[in-house]
Ligand binder design. Structure first.
Ligand code: HEC
Length: 160
């Protein structure tokens, strides 16, 4: 009886663990590298309840948007997420040549890749960044960015 119980315990454990393994296999380290934050400019803030998001990018990207040019290769956008004033995590988008080719067409978001970094800059391995891409895909008309419209343009009002 004891042995039977043990065996069913093991079976139950295997059933419990399998989805966790499956999830961590789907999560990924991709080509996004954590940027040098000192080189970025904080251009807008989004507040929602206890959440404060500082959104930043490179001076070159700001210049490109201002001049209505495409965002240059090598650009990072970072959303620094604070909860009750404490640093919680960083959401990072990086654009680079060939980044889009890592994904099939349905998932691809131009040449952008996405990553979730914790406050200690380690990757959140429980995140499948397909989720990021799926939501940001709705912004394909604005180079996959939600807040680019907050960057001032030359000669007139912001687009979008
Ligand atoms: C359900 C939709 C949704 C998902 C999923 C999502 N985002 Fe976003 N993201 C937004 C919105 C909306 C904003 C604009 C800021 C705001 O309203 O909080 C934004 C802003 C950003 C920005 C600032 C640049 C910009 O587009 O304005 C970065 C960087 C970013 N997200 C990265 C990520 C990463 C990395 C993930 C996945 C770990 C992710 N996002 C998942 C909706 C989403």
């Amino acid at each position: 009886m004891k042995r039977v119980l043990n065996r069913s315990c093991i079976a139950a454990l295997a059933i419990a663990i399998t989805p966790l393994l499956g999830w961590s296999v789907r999560a990924e380290i991709n080509r996004v590298r954590f940027p040098d934050l000192d080189g970025l400019v904080h251009y807008t803030t989004v507040r929602r309840g206890s959440v404060t998001e500082h959104i930043m990018t490179t001076p070159a990207a700001l210049e490109a948007v201002k001049n209505r040019q495409p965002i240059p290769v090598g650009t990072h956008f970072v959303l620094v997420d604070y909860r009750d004033g404490q640093l919680y995590r960083y959401f990072v988008m990086e654009k680079s040549e060939g980044f889009g080719a890592d994904y099939d067409e349905r998932r691809r978001t131009g040449d952008w890749q996405f990553q979730w970094f914790w406050a200690n800059k380690s990757v959140n391995l429980n995140e499948n960044t397909a989720r990021c891409q799926s939501c940001h895909n709705s912004q394909r008309g604005a180079d996959y960015l939600f807040t680019a419209y907050r960057i001032p343009r030359l000669n007139g009002t912001p687009v979008e």
